[in-house]
Design a protein around this ligand. Structure first.
Ligand SMILES: [Zn+2]
Length: 510
């Protein structure tokens, strides 16, 4: 079967979503699908169509084990071979079955030849506007703007997923979508250019599931000028591939920032990589005082987000995924707007790290024992492995590889990584939040789009702190939703602190 070598991570995401622990059922369901990607001459004539199809392959090949390509043009074999190679780079195991009848066709064709009984989802785009339909063919405009096209790919991937798991998820699919991410309104029709932009200098923190999609989107913009500081302290792990759309199997064990840098090398746009965490980045390179005018936040922890806000960059745009949501929050003025910490500062009711860890590791009553291992000098040892495997009824030999590692690494690999499925403990699976690839892709692309919009000084009809998508629900006037946060709601946020305000004002001449 053509499942990706990192498929365990896909299963983790699916199990979480469906509260089902039947791996075999999910695998069978996916293996019964043959997903066909259909294209026409727009692939060669429209940059938007090319971006759309490429992203679609990158998303689909990470989850589905069988795909096919269809194109009625004479001489299409060459392009099909090229696209097949691309899919194989993402998932070496994938089966490409061009001669079989597909179960569903994702069509980027203007006028597809349709046979009776075929199920098609149609994709298209017009600059910033994503087009999707289950009933009518769509087309692509001829701009160099990748945004509408890539959002259309995410919307189509979500609809495909919803249609495959229609019974289990009880969600409905979209009929016709025309959505501009420029104004974040359903049916809006504005335009600003995306070519030859000067993005000045900015930081992208986190080249993970979201950040890698941001880099992908930026790499598709033509003639960029400026400098991007890429900040991430990790190498690419096999399990990351499930949703990191920029990366393929040959990138395993490479530094994430290095791969990202390679994709962004353009003569007037300078990518600079930093293999470190945010705190070390501002500490070592800026001597503790952050001078970043614009920070794109694509990290996955609240603490890291609060750290970034506390260092007082001038402007922050943040992207997130949680449960079935994708969101963007904008923090462009620390004095007047709600800050990033306003959203992420823990309320009293929220559980601390240790409590969460105790629960996830199923080590209730062992708080003191666990606390000992939270000290950086105390590494995982035999005593820990014995206790953990006994409490969770696991084979301890399978955990020996973690001896000598930090508890936080153990926690993130065993609980948040794919290891838990190898260990076959479905109780733990329910506690893990693993986004689907189109969900992270959407978040990252929206983050890049927000930067472009901010730099273009485009003024929206109304400005909101947060735009949030329900990724598995129909797109309509309420989805995505826009809303504002009340500044300093928690009463103890740093943006309500006069010392922080003074530093910010002085630093940014306000
Ligand atoms: Zn605040």
């Amino acid at each position: 079967m053509g499942f990706a070598k990192y498929f365990e991570k896909d299963l983790l995401a699916l199990n979480k979503l469906m509260s089902s622990d039947s791996d075999r059922f999910i695998k069978e369901k996916l293996n019964n699908q043959l997903i066909c990607l259909e294209f026409d001459d727009q692939y060669h004539s429209s940059y938007e169509a090319k971006c759309c199809l490429e992203l679609l392959i990158s998303i689909i090949a990470r989850l589905y084990p069988r795909i096919s390509f269809k194109c009625d043009l004479i001489g299409a074999e060459k392009t099909i071979t090229k696209l097949s190679k691309y899919a194989k780079k993402i998932n070496k195991e994938i089966d490409i079955e061009n001669d079989k009848t597909p179960s569903i066709i994702l069509s980027t064709c203007k006028k597809p030849k349709q046979l009776k009984g075929e199920i098609r989802f149609y994709l298209g785009s017009d600059n910033w506007t994503a087009l999707f339909s289950t009933t009518r063919p769509q087309s692509f405009a001829f701009s160099k703007n990748p945004f509408g096209a890539s959002i259309a790919a995410c919307i189509a991937a979500s609809n495909l997923f919803r249609s495959v798991f229609e019974k289990e998820l009880k969600f409905t699919i979209d009929d016709n979508v025309r959505f501009s991410i420029l104004d974040q309104y359903y049916g809006a029709n504005f335009n600003i250019k995306t070519e030859n932009l000067d993005l000045d200098e900015f930081d992208l923190v986190g080249i993970g599931a979201i950040g890698s999609a941001t880099v992908w989107a930026l790499s598709k913009l033509k003639g960029l000028k400026g400098r991007i500081n890429l900040i991430d302290h990790e190498k690419l792990d096999k399990s990351n591939l499930q949703r990191y759309i920029l990366f393929n199997e040959t990138d395993e064990n490479k530094w994430k920032v290095d791969v990202a840098k390679k994709h962004l090398n353009d003569n007037k746009f300078k990518p600079v990589s930093y293999k470190k965490k945010w705190a070390n980045y501002i500490g070592e390179d800026y001597k503790g005082s952050c001078t970043s005018k614009m920070v794109l936040v694509a990290v996955d922890s609240k603490e890291e987000r609060i750290n970034i806000q506390s260092s007082l960059p001038q402007k922050i745009i943040n992207a997130y995924t949680d449960d079935s949501r994708v969101g963007i929050s904008r923090h462009l003025n620390f004095i007047e707007d709600s800050c990033l910490a306003c959203i992420y500062i823990p309320t009293k009711e929220e559980k601390g790290d240790l409590t969460l860890m105790v629960e996830s590791l199923n080590l209730k009553g062992q708080e003191n024992f666990l606390y000992k291992y939270l000290q950086p000098s105390n590494k995982i040892d035999h005593e820990f492995i014995d206790k953990y495997s006994e409490k969770n009824d696991l084979e301890k030999n399978s955990l020996k590889e973690y001896i000598g590692k930090n508890l936080t690494d153990f926690y993130s690999e065993v609980i948040c990584g794919y290891k838990v499925l190898e260990l076959k403990d479905s109780k733990l699976v329910e506690k893990v939040d693993v986004p689907l690839s189109f969900q992270s892709a959407l978040a990252g692309i929206l983050l890049a789009a927000e930067l472009v919009i901010e730099k273009s000084e485009f003024s929206r009809k109304q400005n909101f702190d947060v735009t949030q998508w329900q990724i598995l629900a129909k797109i309509n006037k309420e989805n995505p939703g826009n809303f504002n946060y009340i500044k300093n709601l928690s009463k103890n946020c740093i943006c309500g602190d006069s010392d922080y305000q003074d530093v910010y004002k002085k630093k940014w001449n306000i």
